[in-house]
Design a protein around this ligand. Structure first.
Ligand code: CO
Length: 470
């Protein structure tokens, strides 16, 4: 009998991006990452996801770090491993749509500073919102991976996913990711889904899920057996709970089979030893809440990504309405339906959950609405798979006429304006992009940076004056 053909599963390591975003409120600093990357570079990962998503905002806002500098340092350290980032389509790494020139420039600078693979998604799976980022990545010679925001609902049939996969291949993607941000994909459904996608496309399939509902490792096993080539995992100290399945566990699961990635468990153990104190410290400080480490099967019922559930708890606590938690959870699927049944992922998850909270707290549905709810109903985030609830739409936007074109078609070039506004702080080309995404936060960061430099310059001058007295 001929030996079975080897198909080693490719593993994307998420510990430097999604894992700490899901468990540690995205607070891992560059200094915490750098000492271990030489070892991580030897594992043989398909890629290390280390940038984008919420890390950009969190670096500037909370860690007072330049995200671009982080990327350059990671690039310097990872000599052999591809670096991957998460990119929110026309929203880039922010929460609103940007003009095409900003999207293109961001892609260009991400690749120029060291990213190899850009994972691009849209919260409504409106492919028009991906096109500019996809084309820009291709133009710059990067690997384009489009992530489908996975969700459940009448509209989301196997044919729906299969057709999207076909369209993405035509659009110029190099691989397709199933982005299961809430951990909704169960093992046998994964088997069906991967097989359906394979009928629609020849592109490699990457599965990204979260452990929230407790089924994720089994889901990976069935997906790989069904033909999925790439899985996203996190080193064990920052795995499970609302994060990904553990890298060591998945590597061991496939050992000795045709899917064996061939990882060295001793090397993985050394890497895990590095992250263990970071986990313990976070548990001690309360940054890592043991609550997010358990199994939450309710996520299957409400479809809310793990991180959003903890946000909701604190939102209600602040409003002195913790007793309304269950009512809000039940309102979320109703709002989602009214809003055309979108996947719940940034920023649609925040919009739907916030509106559900308002509906419950106001005692009347849509008596109070957010600016973002209006935007969704105006078509300003793009097209949903199902139509909006007309009555609700009327209540929210009145007689205004919603747009039906690609939202960014109505946004004139923004780059010149951002360049002019941030010129006074600019020290590198990339600063304009930090400013474009988070103007207030970036301004504060730039001022802090200048203040620090003045201090250093002063110290240096003092020192020189002492050595060479005039
Ligand atoms: Co994720």
């Amino acid at each position: 009998m001929a030996e079975m053909q080897k198909k080693p599963v490719k593993i994307v390591e998420t510990v430097l991006r999604d894992a700490h975003q899901s468990l540690l409120a995205t607070r891992m600093s560059t200094d915490q990452m750098l000492p271990i990357i030489e070892k991580m570079d030897k594992v043989g990962y398909h890629a290390v996801e280390c940038w984008g998503g919420a890390t950009f905002d969190a670096s500037l806002r909370f860690l007072k770090e330049d995200p671009w500098e982080r990327l350059r340092k990671l690039r310097d350290g990872f000599k052999n491993t591809k670096l991957q980032m998460l990119f929110r389509g026309q929203n880039i790494l922010g929460y609103n749509h940007y003009s095409d020139d900003v999207v293109e420039y961001f892609v260009q600078k991400s690749l120029a500073n060291g990213i190899d693979i850009i994972r691009i998604f849209d919260c409504l799976n409106d492919l028009r919102n991906l096109k500019t980022a996809v084309d820009a990545t291709n133009k710059e010679g990067g690997h384009v991976q489009v992530a489908l925001s996975y969700t459940l609902g009448d509209a989301y049939t196997l044919d729906y996913w299969k057709n999207i996969a076909r369209e993405l291949e035509e659009m110029g993607c190099h691989s397709i990711c199933i982005k299961d941000m809430a951990g909704l994909l169960t093992p046998y459904k994964a088997d069906e889904l991967v097989k359906a996608l394979k009928e629609g496309t020849k592109l490699p399939i990457d599965l990204h899920t979260h452990y929230t509902s407790g089924v994720a490792s089994m889901t990976y096993l069935k997906a790989v057996e069904a033909g999925c080539e790439i899985i996203d995992c996190a080193m064990s100290p920052l795995a499970l709970g609302t994060s990904q399945p553990a890298t060591e566990v998945m590597a061991e699961t496939f050992r000795g089979t045709i899917y064996d990635p061939g990882f060295d468990q001793n090397l993985l153990a050394e890497i895990a030893d590095y992250f263990t104190p970071i986990r313990e410290q976070a548990l001690k400080s309360g940054l890592l809440d043991p609550k997010v480490m358990g199994v939450n099967i309710k996520t299957l019922q409400y479809q809310v990504p793990g991180g959003m559930l903890s946000n909701l708890v604190s939102q209600l606590k602040e409003a002195n309405a913790s007793d309304k938690y269950r009512q809000v959870l039940e309102e979320i699927p109703r709002v989602r339906k009214d809003f055309g049944e979108p996947p719940l992922v940034t920023p649609s998850s925040q919009i739907v959950v916030t509106q559900a909270v308002l509906n419950v707290l106001a005692g009347e549905r849509y008596k109070m609405v957010t600016k973002e709810s209006k935007k969704i109903m105006m078509g300003e985030f793009g097209q949903t798979v199902k139509p909006f609830n007309k009555e609700v739409q009327k209540k929210i936007i009145g007689d205004a006429t919603p747009i039906t074109c690609r939202p960014a078609d109505l946004i004139p070039p923004q780059l010149p304006k951002f360049e002019a506004e941030c010129a006074q702080w600019k020290q590198q080309d990339e600063d304009v992009l930090s400013y474009a995404l988070f103007p207030a936060v970036a301004k504060e960061f730039f001022e802090l940076r200048e203040a620090k430099q003045t201090k250093v310059d002063q110290k240096q001058a003092d020192k020189e004056n002492k050595v060479y007295p005039v």
